[in-house]
Ligand binder design. Structure first.
Ligand code: NAG
Ligand code: CA
Length: 226
């Protein structure tokens, strides 16, 4: 019995990977390549999602797409290139955020919070907080979530569009089932020690990649020679 338990624990540990020094490179525009992030959680009364991304895309693209069987935009973080806005979608409702300097060819750190009690969403962009906006209160995000990087889901786990795909690099994706304090968000932004995600944790990530996506050292492309 004890041996079985040890085996089970090893099996669980083997299913996740520490990506601390890793970025995912999405090198090609496709409507297929994506990374699926797994969590057993199915009921969210609040969330925080943080990630870093690097791109030179001039068109719309998805940064984080969580679909449930009933809400394909359960949580969607999306760049609207026409209006130069970040769109935050929660349970198919959305708020738009403008005025952030989404420069190409540099890392941007983005954190998003939402709470079902107040229905408020807020965005932090490279350390700068946004307006707090209402998207809808009183109902949790429920049902089996499919979480995808690299593509935007128009159906639960499917229906990707080439012109909404992500091309570039991504790193440090974390998700919590509560709203992080401003200090914790600041620590994430500053890349100092912070409480890793309890729903998605980049340091112990359960994921699968499909298509041409590379796991590369996140520092290698910016390293300076001595
Ligand atoms: C909504 O989520 C909260 C936790 O975040 C939980 O306490 C509550 O029971 C959930 N409500 C429903 C109706 O599932
Ligand atoms: Ca779409």
């Amino acid at each position: 019995m004890k041996l079985l338990l040890v085996h089970l624990m090893v099996a669980c540990a083997a299913a996740t990977k520490d990506l601390s020094d890793t970025m995912l490179t999405f090198p090609l525009e496709t409507n297929t390549a994506h990374v699926r992030l797994n969590t057993p959680r199915q009921n969210f009364g609040a969330v925080t999602v943080c990630h870093r991304s690097f791109t030179d895309l001039k068109r719309d693209h998805s940064l984080f797409s969580l679909a449930t069987p009933t809400f394909f935009n359960g949580i969607l973080i999306f760049w609207d290139a026409t209006n130069k806005e970040v769109e935050l979608h929660i349970r198919n409702q959305n708020a738009e955020y403008r005025g952030f300097d989404y420069k190409p060819n540099m890392w941007h750190s983005i954190c998003t919070t939402w709470d079902a009690g107040t229905g408020l969403v807020q965005l932090w962009f490279d350390g700068q907080p946004s307006v707090r906006k209402f998207v809808g209160s009183g109902a949790n995000i429920t049902g089996s979530p499919i979480i995808i990087l690299g593509q935007e889901q128009d159906r639960h786990g499917a229906a990707f569009e080439l012109k909404q795909s992500f091309v570039g690099m991504m790193s440090d994706v974390h998700m919590w089932d509560y709203t992080l304090s401003v200090c914790e968000i600041q620590k994430y932004m500053d890349q100092t020690s912070f409480t890793p995600g309890n729903t998605l944790n980049w340091r112990a990530l359960d994921y699968q990649t499909t298509g041409n996506i590379l796991e590369e050292n996140r520092f290698s492309h910016v390293q300076r020679c001595p």
